[in-house]
Design a protein around this ligand. Structure first.
Ligand code: 5GP
Length: 202
């Protein structure tokens, strides 16, 4: 059986990665989201185990020292990381998986797993990003200011990615991601099983 494809999706807070992935998961079923471990406080509306496992700093540092993370980063004062085993298991079982991670984490993954396919989501303008982050109403103004500052550094590294997706109209951004997934699955190198099967029936 072919292995699953590891997709990385990054973009500044407020670029709409969550909404894009929600749209993708409605249409694509052989794909899962990696649940990150994080030390930041839960926001209103978030649930343990949905997108994140909310853990203490001590528990996170223990995961680092036991080599249980595929990558991790400290973002705006909190640790965020990808638990290793669930990702490896999904790929081995032929399931595609999305890591929704920041630019530093993405660079770590690209080094360790060069076969990963990376997508960067940008808002149509910086002003629109400010409007979305302030309108979300989930963070304190000081946190929003830090996130906006971090956004500039992240966007300046978008060129490191395989694909750039502009999230102006959500439906279009979801379609773009679905097309990228379809094209990646059609790559000949990922279809050796099919090639063997066709050869076997000649
Ligand atoms: P938020 O606090 O808005 O949920 O996420 C802040 C940033 O952390 C986003 O850029 C998000 O993609 C990133 N992030 C979420 N999970 C992980 C992770 O497991 N590893 C890394 N490196 N970044 C993550």
């Amino acid at each position: 059986m072919s292995k699953g494809i590891l997709f990385i999706i990054s973009g500044p807070s407020g670029s709409g990665k969550d909404s894009i992935l929600a749209g993708v998961f409605k249409k694509e079923h052989n794909v899962a989201l990696s649940i990150s471990s994080v030390t930041r406080p839960m926001r209103p509306g978030e649930k343990e185990g949905d997108k994140y496992h909310f853990i203490s700093r001590e528990a996170f540092e223990s995961m680092i020292s036991h080599d249980e993370l595929l990558e991790y980063n400290c973002f705006v004062g909190h640790y965020y990381g990808t638990p290793k085993q669930p990702v490896l298991d999904a790929l081995e079982a032929g399931r595609d998986i999305f890591l929704e991670i920041d630019v530093n984490g993405a660079a770590m993954i690209r080094k360790a797993m060069p076969q990963a396919v990376s997508l960067f989501v940008v808002p149509p303008t910086y002003e629109e990003l400010c409007r979305r982050l302030k309108g979300r109403g989930t963070d304190e103004p000081a946190v929003i200011a830090k996130r906006l500052e971090a956004a500039k550094g992240e966007i300046s590294r978008a060129g490191e990615y395989d694909y750039l997706v502009t999230n102006d109209k959500l439906d279009q951004a979801v379609e773009d991601v679905l097309h990228i997934m379809a094209a990646e699955r059609l790559k000949a190198a990922k279809q050796q099983d099919l090639i063997n099967e066709v050869l076997g029936k000649c």
